[in-house]
Design a binder for this molecule. Structure first.
Ligand SMILES: *Cc1c(COP(=O)(O)O)cnc(C)c1O
Length: 373
């Protein structure tokens, strides 16, 4: 086979990595960033005050507790499950990788199979490719991004799917799948069934109540979005102890650093303080949705999360103009399969959203007055 890597003085890495594009989420400096679905609010001041005091004589020289037992118990208690149903990771992203390490991968001469519903969170497919896992894709509706539940159930009932990942609400489209339908899919086979609830705090829809009855269910959550901790990296899964035990075998021992464990413990203790900001964000989302719905030439989809997907003609040019003329950086899906001419904006605070709406209006008008290139 031809060597596509063209290494210098070095043998090639695994063939499976050919064609994978490095993820480079670096945000441009000095811009209003509405691209990564982070909270527009920093950690509350009381939380930061405690972190500052604790940091002053923190034992940075010591390894962290590998399983973060204290924090694990706190999170378990908050969800009314036992601690062995909880596993923490360096962001939800690490846990997705652990899941793929354990349930994906080669299967003799073939590959194990992951079912997903695209367009969806791109990391599922990236990890699947990196770990030689076959991706079975059942595309979402081009109208409203819903899943064909009957077709998905039939596909799962064939019995060859090892792992299914459903993002709920779905990123980037923002729509929810009914929990009754998710339940139907989870029960359709013995595949590991991952429900990514990264935006649960905004959607308030969870499969948690079905955890006990579904041995194959995994719920994924994160502190990166509603809890303003994207920079500290913490996610967790809720699953049956047999699933957690398997994931514990492949995880990196010290992936959740000691400072993050400490910070998340403080956040858990003071988590009611986040309720106000979460309600502000969902209110701002609904206002922004109304603004975009009323804008000529813009098609916007309803969202249960803290971002909105919208379609606009010449979206790549609009995206560039927002960046160059207005210093606003949003997510460009213009050429992504199933998302042609789509852009995604993260809901910011009121002032940021007003700036975005004005900038989008100006950009559409400016391009309308120009000859198309
Ligand atoms: C943000 C996000 C995650 C997790 O992000 P981390 O920062 O790694 O915790 C997982 N799934 C989806 C769909 C997301 O948008």
């Amino acid at each position: 086979m031809a060597d596509a890597f063209d290494m210098q003085g070095l043998r090639s890495p695994r063939q499976a990595l050919e064609g994978l594009v490095p993820y480079s989420g670096k945000m441009p400096a000095g811009k209003l960033i509405l691209a990564a679905n982070e909270s527009p609010f920093n950690l509350p001041e009381d939380v930061r005050d405690i972190l500052q005091v604790t940091a002053a004589d923190f034992s940075f020289n010591r390894y962290p507790d590998p399983l973060a037992q204290d924090l694990r118990e706190k999170i378990a208690g908050a969800h009314d499950v036992s601690a062995d149903c909880v596993l923490l990771g360096n962001g939800g992203d690490e846990l997705l990788l652990d899941i793929m390490l354990a349930w994906g991968g080669p299967n003799g001469a073939a590959q194990r199979k992951m079912l997903q519903f695209a367009p969806t969170f791109s990391m599922y497919q990236i990890y699947a490719h990196a770990l030689e896992t076959e991706v079975v894709n059942l595309p979402r509706s081009t109208e409203d991004f819903s899943i064909d539940i009957a077709a998905a159930t039939t596909r799962l009932q064939q019995g060859d799917i090892d792992l299914c990942i459903l993002d709920n609400p779905n990123n980037p489209s923002g729509n929810l799948t009914d929990l009754a339908d998710v339940l139907t899919l989870a029960q359709a086979s013995d595949a590991l069934f991952v429900v990514d609830e990264a935006y649960f705090e905004f959607s308030e829809r969870s499969m948690l109540e079905y955890l006990e009855q579904l041995p194959n269910l995994v719920i994924l959550r994160t502190f990166s979005k509603a809890f303003s901790m994207a920079g500290l990296r913490l996610g967790y899964v809720l699953a049956h102890p047999q699933v957690v035990d398997i994931l514990t075998r492949v995880r990196m021992p010290y992936s959740v650093n000691a400072f993050t464990q400490m910070a998340a413990t403080v956040v858990m203790d003071l988590r009611t303080k986040f309720n106000y900001n979460i309600s502000v964000i969902t209110k701002q989302r609904d206002l922004l949705y109304a603004e975009l719905s009323n804008m000529d030439g813009v098609e916007v989809w309803p969202s249960a999360a803290n971002y909105l997907l919208f379609r606009v003609a010449r979206s790549a040019d609009i995206w560039q103009r927002l960046l160059d003329s207005h210093n606003i950086y949003i997510r460009n899906f213009s050429s992504a399969p199933g998302l042609e001419d789509c852009l995604r904006v993260t809901v910011g605070n009121d002032r940021q959203n007003e700036m975005f709406v004005a900038a989008l209006r100006e950009s559409i008008a400016a391009l309308d007055n120009e000859e198309p290139n």
